[in-house]
Every structure is written in structure tokens, then in C-alpha cells.
Design a protein around this ligand. Structure first.
Ligand code: MTE
Length: 336
């Protein structure tokens, strides 16, 4: 396959990952050299339901939430796919976080410059509980759950990740959206001094995303604060990110600093960059191709077969039972 990676684009699109076989193979060598891809390093699937893990209490930052990498105590929830979880090093080393650069290994290299404490989340718009919330007042760290979810990137690769977080619906209920609120927008951290990637106009910063309010109130979405038993590392979205497992990964915002309730569909970063390719819904759908590639299958990252293992993509990423009703009667080709 021909290499089509543009070095200095105004809008680099997520497709570069799909078209760049050579770059992909280069990464494969890097990861394989680092021991990420060997069958022996695969984590086994964790049991669906059990007692809370016995881990030491998390060291807190000055503002009271756990520092990146601190161990977390979480109850294993009844949401666990049976596939083996992605090897942790691949999750931590193969990242999309364009504020730190467009290569998969830029975020792990440069995200350490980012400050994640103190951290406040501003809540605004159609809400009866507006204000600036310290993270520890928004997230109940005593009620953390571990959920093992599929993660499907629009670039046609996937992982299986043991997230730690709280149900988004519980946090939203606490934030009292008004009856007029129909959507929720997530705005993420932006600091050019700490984020070298934002000096290039790859996207219109800050990175924003959004959901219909009934999507956000579904049982599946999480506000995640950790993964693999630990507080999130910076390159994976510390200290707070969203996880919406039936949608393409770009809907999941890293480093959330603002939650805004709106009456109309909020703007989203990738939709602003290229509306023909990245719609508001962006539900995983093997029957609706991206304009430039098929979504029928995906490359499994950090899985048994290394980078070359493929699996068929499932409707709503395998979560049709939980979310299919949200889209009943909608034309999924139009509402991509
Ligand atoms: N959030 C921010 N703020 N900036 C980003 O560039 N990339 C998105 C999403 N959230 C992104 C972001 C994309 S395209 C994906 S696939 C996931 O984060 C990747 O998450 P991971 O690197 O932890 O696997």
C-alpha cells in the first residue's frame, strides 16, 4: 500500500493512519522490539464480577485526586468483554492525542509536560448546578468501577481496555441538566506551553466533542479516571476522560475541563475539520464505510496475533443490545 502520510497538513485527517502501511509497519517494529506484541505478554481476560480489588490507597495530588499512575481501588462491574485485554504497554505507547503531535508515539513522549493538578471542571449552559468543580467533588473515588470495554478507532484499529471510572449518567444527574438540555458538550484542556502539538493548526483547538443527552445517560458511558488498575497516565487522558464504547474513539475526549449542556447539537472538533468524513454520531458501524476506507473489519492492536490480527467489526462495536434503541428509526447512513 502506498505511503500517503502528509508531513505538514492544515488538517491532517485520521485516515493517514489507515493509508500509511509503511508507518504502521515501522511502529510494529518499535512495539515488537519493546516486547509489546509477544503472545506471552497478553493479559488474560478478567472475570466479569467479583469483589473490589485489594490495592493500596492512591497517593493524592495537592488538589486531592490521585496522581497519574497511582493505584486505584475499583469494583469489577458486570461489563466485561471476554476477549483478552490489550497489553498495557500498547495502550500506553500507541496513542491518539493530537495536542501532543500526530504520531502515535508523540503523546507518550511529550505529555509529561502537562500539569494535571490542580484540576477544575467548569459546568455551564442549561443546568441548575453551574460552577467550577474540583475533580474530587465531581468524581466519587470511593465508587470506582472497572469495566472492560472494546475501543474501536475510526482508523480501523481496536483495543480492549480495562477502564476505571464512574458511570457518566451518575455525574450528569448530579449536575442537574434543565429540561431544555438536549445535548452535552465536552471541552478539553488547552495550554500551548504544555502541549507542543497545538502550535500546528491540525484541528481547531480546544478539542471538543458531544453527545445527545439520552446517549450520555445510557448505562455504558464512563467518566474514566484510570485504566489497568491505575490512575490514567497523561497520554491516555489524565486526569479525566470520557469513554463511549459503541462510538469511534475520537468521540472520547481526553483531559475534560468543561461540561456544557446545550439545547442544540454542539460543534465537535473532527466534524469542524471534515464534516463529510466525521459525523456527530460516529457510531461504530461495519455497514457504513468511511468515504476512503471500509469499516467492516479492524486491526487488533496488542492482541494475540500482534499487529496483523484482524477481526470483523460489530454493529455498535458489539453493544447493540444496550444502545440500539437510541437510534431506532434513524437513517444510519445519513446520521453517520
Ligand atoms: N482527546 C483529545 N483531547 N485529543 C485527541 O487528539 N484523540 C481521540 C480520543 N480523544 C483525542 C482525544 C482519538 S482519535 C482516539 S482513537 C482516542 O482518544 C485514543 O485514546 P487512547 O490514545 O487512550 O487509545
Amino acid at each position: 500500500m502506498e505511503l500517503k502520510f502528509r508531513r505538514n497538513p492544515d488538517y491532517q485527517t485520521l485516515s493517514d493512519e489507515v493509508t500509511s502501511e509503511k508507518m504502521f509497519m515501522d511502529r510494529r517494529h518499535i512495539l515488537s522490539a519493546a516486547g509489546f506484541l509477544g503472545a506471552g505478554s497478553i493479559l488474560g481476560a478478567l472475570p466479569a464480577c467479583s469483589e473490589p480489588q485489594q490495592t493500596p490507597a492512591a497517593p493524592a495530588t495537592a488538589s486531592g485526586h490521585p496522581a497519574p499512575g497511582a493505584k486505584l481501588t475499583a469494583k469489577k462491574a458486570a461489563y466485561a468483554v471476554t476477549d483478552a485485554a490489550t497489553v498495557e504497554e500498547a495502550f500506553a505507547g500507541y496513542c491518539n492525542y493530537y495536542e501532543f503531535g500526530t504520531s502515535k508515539d508523540d503523546p507518550p513522549r511529550y505529555a509529561s509536560l502537562m500539569k494535571t493538578s490542580p484540576w477544575q471542571v467548569t459546568v455551564e449552559g442549561e443546568t441548575d448546578a453551574p460552577g467550577a468543580y474540583a475533580l474530587k467533588d465531581l468524581i466519587d473515588y470511593k465508587k470506582l468501577e472497572e469495566r472492560i470495554y472494546r475501543h474501536r478507532c475510526v482508523e480501523a484499529w481496536s483495543m480492549v481496555i480495562p477502564w476505571i471510572g464512574v458511570p457518566m449518567k451518575d455525574v450528569i444527574a448530579k449536575l442537574k441538566p434543565k429540561a431544555t438540555a438536549k445535548y452535552v458538550q465536552f471541552v478539553t484542556y488547552l495550554n500551548p506551553k504544555e502541549m507542543i502539538g497545538v502550535n500546528r493548526p491540525v484541528l481547531q483547538w480546544p478539542y471538543t466533542e458531544g453527545l445527545r443527552l439520552d446517549e450520555a445517560m445510557n448505562e455504558l458511558p464512563l467518566f474514566a479516571v484510570g485504566a489497568y488498575g491505575k490512575s490514567l497516565e497523561k497520554q491516555n487522558g489524565a486526569p479525566l476522560r470520557t469513554v463511549i464504547p459503541w462510538k469511534y474513539g475520537f468521540k472520547a475526549t481526553k483531559a475534560v475541563v468543561k461540561i456544557r449542556f446545550t439545547t442544540t447539537e454542539p460543534s465537535t472538533a473532527w466534524n469542524k475539520a471534515n464534516a463529510n468524513e466525521y459525523g456527530f454520531y460516529s457510531n461504530v458501524n461495519p455497514n457504513v464505510s468511511h468515504p476512503r476506507w471500509s469499516q467492516a473489519s479492524e486491526r487488533v492492536i496488542g492482541g494475540k496475533g500482534g499487529f496483523n490480527e484482524r477481526r470483523n467489526t460489530e454493529m455498535y462495536n458489539g453493544y447493540e443490545k444496550q444502545v440500539g434503541a437510541l437510534y431506532a428509526g434513524m437513517d444510519l447512513k445519513k446520521n453517520y
